[in-house]
Design a protein. Structure first.
Length: 336
């Protein structure tokens, strides 16, 4: 009644989890913590050396060293056919069963003002941020939702597809133009899929009579604030000073903290997941048509944050205006 003894909505022990971007930052921390809870873990990224080191680390963190298995797969997930290969390889490795959980963490941020960043770089951001997630979701769901006749149906536990977004999908910050639209697109995909999946889950309830998917599926999306990762160190080197000032109220968290908070929220069964107070307020002001975690809590959150943002949005804009007034154009403006 008070949240004690509540059912764990995200059981991972003995289940097979794929984590894209699992070799660094948040993805690596997620991999380590799920290994610690007894999951078989597959990490996917482009660079073999980092993946090898990660698998070593996972072995040392396993709950049950004798039973748990770990695998890495090198793949550039901007290529859709590579995502199909990843799912096929995981399935073969997993004795012919599809993975139970797929968590998309791959991606990095190239900050800069819209006119300063070459358009090719902006397209690459869409590829690495949006398309790595959409490609993986496509390959995974085509596998999970494939129709199985009643004779082949067994009771399978719920499967989970998890996206990693950013609170920048909710609130604009100057200097994130190459990145935020790709994260906003992930949020839109997540909302659309969370509705579409209901059709498949409905069909699943009739599995003994009709052709249906092998299991029911839940979609979730995590919206971190800053994460103290290798990717973050790189983005700080090129981030405009104005952007750093506008995001002053963000106190970046460690990958381990973000992973732990996100996993706890998944265990409570949440859909849109934030990792701290400011991020929760940013979500509240942009909840719009997204499914709620909790009707009463989320309604009050959105009322409160809509009032707070009446002040925050003009404040962000006037800080940008005053920055230009005081400092003039940034050095590389229009010249790149
Ligand atoms: N850092 C931050 O402040 C924030 C990050 N986020 C998001 O959280 C997620 C994790 O970020 P962070 O912890 O910083 O991650 P890192 O930048 O530290 O690591 C990124 C991971 O993604 C992999 N990767 C990148 N591109 C590809 C690709 N094309 N195909 C396959 N793998 C790829 C990298 O490996 P390799 O390079 O070897 O392929 C690496 O494992 C990202 O989606 C990011 O956008 C959200 C909010 C804030
Ligand atoms: C009380 C409410 C006040 C709200 C004020 C709004 C402040 C905005 C903070 C922006 C934080 C951006 C975090 C995500 C960063 C990110 O995704 C990149 N670092 C990607 O790597």
């Amino acid at each position: 009644m008070f949240g004690f003894n509540r059912k764990n909505e995200f059981e991972v022990e003995g289940r097979t989890v794929v984590i894209t971007g699992g070799s660094d930052g948040m993805g690596r921390a997620v991999a380590g913590q799920l290994a610690g809870k007894g999951a078989h873990v597959v990490v996917v990224a482009r660079t073999a050396a980092k993946l090898e080191a990660t698998v070593e680390e996972l072995r040392s963190k396993a709950l049950n060293t004798l039973k748990q298995r770990f695998l890495y797969i090198c793949a550039d997930l901007t290529d859709a056919s590579e995502c199909d290969r990843v799912i096929a390889e995981v399935t073969a490795w997993n004795d012919g069963s599809a993975p139970d959980i797929v968590w998309c963490c791959a991606g990095f941020c190239h900050p800069g003002f819209f006119v300063d960043v070459p358009i090719t770089t902006q397209r690459q951001q869409m590829d690495t941020v949006y398309w790595t997630a959409a490609n993986v979701a496509h390959a995974t769901l085509r596998n999970w939702l494939a129709p199985i006749p009643p004779s082949g149906q067994m009771r399978n536990s719920r499967r989970h597809l998890i996206f990693t977004c950013s609170t920048l999908a909710f609130v604009p910050i100057a200097g994130y133009g190459p990145y935020s639209p790709a994260k906003a697109a992930i949020r839109s995909l997540s909302d659309t899929l969370s509705q579409e999946i209901e059709m498949y889950n409905g069909a699943y309830t009739q599995r003994h009579r009709n052709t249906a998917p092998a299991a029911d599926v839940k979609i979730h999306t995590v919206f971190p604030m800053g994460i103290l990762s290798p990717g973050f160190d790189n983005e700080q080197k090129i981030k405009p000073e104005l952007t750093k000032m506008l995001e002053e109220s963000d106190k970046p968290q460690t990958p381990e903290e973000v992973a732990q908070i996100a996993i706890s929220a998944l265990e409570r069964g949440e859909y849109l997941i934030t990792t701290m107070f400011v991020g929760n307020m940013m979500k509240g002001t942009a909840l719009g048509p997204s499914p709620r975690n909790n009707i009463v809590g989320d309604t009050f959150l959105s009322w409160l944050s809509n009032l707070v943002f009446l002040q925050v949005i003009p404040d962000l804009r006037s800080k940008a205006f005053n920055w230009g007034k005081t400092n003039g154009l940034p050095e590389q403006a229009c010249g790149e």
